[in-house]
Design a protein around this ligand. Structure first.
Ligand SMILES: *Cc1c(COP(=O)(O)O)cnc(C)c1O
Length: 370
């Protein structure tokens, strides 16, 4: 009962792959080429193949992956983009950074993902795109979302920042809409040792535009086609990501084992918990394992006392953040998102954690008594 479990342990990935990561580091540093080179090109090809799409374009981070796609599509001031009311704020920031307006739609309570049945009522003449999030590593319900988008002539941009290797009806996140934005922030399922991101798409024209936009609007040195940005994935991070990509499926399998342990044992240990629901069409990659508890703060405090690290994803929904005060939402505007924010709690979930360690913790409380 006294086994301390941190919420996450990023260093364990380096310890596990030290030999290969050190070799990648040495290869890049001795190459003398650090930006826009062979490692990035190779990673882009490998990650596109992994996701089952034609194009992958590495960028500086997940937020910019989403922002650059919206910009490349010409989404801007006066336009609206449908977003989940329940998401990390970066999803909304991508929309407001191009000058467009985020139009929030409530999630299903049991999956925490956007409820497609509520989307159509929020579509107006100004709507340009739907931006579903595959929250916690479980894909949104993409068929109805893409159906609505098709009927209304809208683009679909997946926020796949938490969904590397998650699938929907057998198809991987990143291949389910018109384009997707990935984050390689260190804590993500495929994480760099620094910031990183990527856009995936089957659309060659979009891929070309993103390649321009990420590099000052230029494909050819000193020839600038548009007023672009500096949003590149550097060689060192690309080289590290190439190493870790080879372990992604294996590590996601380990996360699935931990999730199965939680789903089996938590109902016995803590019957009052609401556990994540996995629809038959979903194969989550379990970026996070988020449970719900009516008295979340007390439950979290109890786990902390017993050495189990937890975090809240996320304590305040975007519409209640000061950053979005100008949108004039208030408490009660999106009751499902607000209820989730008050009840949700993420338990330890990282591939080097084992079921044996979980079984020694308070999380196996009454399970052990049985
Ligand atoms: C992490 C994350 C982002 C942003 O990615 P960064 O690389 O940190 O910019 C966007 N959306 C969601 C849902 C995320 O979890």
């Amino acid at each position: 009962m006294n086994c301390n479990i941190p919420f996450m342990d990023l260093k364990s990935a380096y310890v596990e792959l030290k030999g290969e990561l050190d070799a990648a580091y040495y290869r890049v540093l001795t190459s003398g080429w650090y930006i826009m080179g062979a490692e990035l090109e190779a990673f882009e090809a490998e990650f596109a193949a992994y996701c089952g799409v034609r194009h992958c374009v590495g960028v500086a981070n997940g937020l910019e992956a989403l922002t650059l796609v919206l910009r490349a599509w010409g989404v801007g001031p006066g336009d609206e983009v449908i977003v989940p009311s329940n998401t990390y704020i970066a999803t909304w920031l991508a929309v407001t950074h191009v000058g467009a307006i985020p139009v929030p739609v409530e999630p299903y309570e049991d999956t925490c993902n956007i409820n497609p049945a509520l989307i159509e009522a929020s579509i107006t003449k100004r709507t340009k795109a739907i931006l579903p999030v595959h929250l916690y590593g479980q894909t949104a319900e993409m068929d109805p979302i893409c159906g609505i988008a098709c009927r209304h002539g809208l683009k679909v941009l997946e926020d796949a920042a938490q969904a590397h290797g998650a699938s929907y009806k057998g198809k991987l996140a990143g291949s389910l809409g018109d384009a997707a934005g990935f984050s390689f922030y260190p804590g993500k399922n495929l994480g760099a040792f620094g910031d990183g991101g990527a856009v995936t798409t089957n659309d060659p024209e979009l891929a070309y535009k993103i390649r321009c936009l990420r590099n000052y609007g230029s494909r050819e040195k000193y020839v600038n086609e548009t007023t672009g940005f500096n949003s590149r994935l550097d060689e060192l991070q690309a080289a590290f990501l190439r190493v870790k990509l080879r372990y992604l499926d294996d590590w996601n399998e380990k996360r699935r084992k931990l999730a199965a342990w939680y789903l089996k044992n938590l109902t016995v240990s803590f019957p009052e918990l609401i556990l994540p629901k996995v629809p038959a069409w979903a194969e989550p990659c379990w970026h996070l394992f988020a449970v719900r508890h009516a008295d979340r703060d007390a439950f979290q405090a109890m786990l902390t006392r017993h050495g189990v690290g937890t975090l809240i994803h996320y304590p305040t929904p975007p519409h209640l953040q000061k950053a979005y005060a100008e949108l004039k939402y208030s408490a009660g505007s999106f009751p499902v998102a607000e209820k989730l924010a008050s009840q949700i709690l993420s338990l330890p979930m990282w591939p080097q954690l084992t079921e044996d360690v979980l079984a020694l913790s308070v999380l196996a409380r009454s399970f052990k008594q049985k």
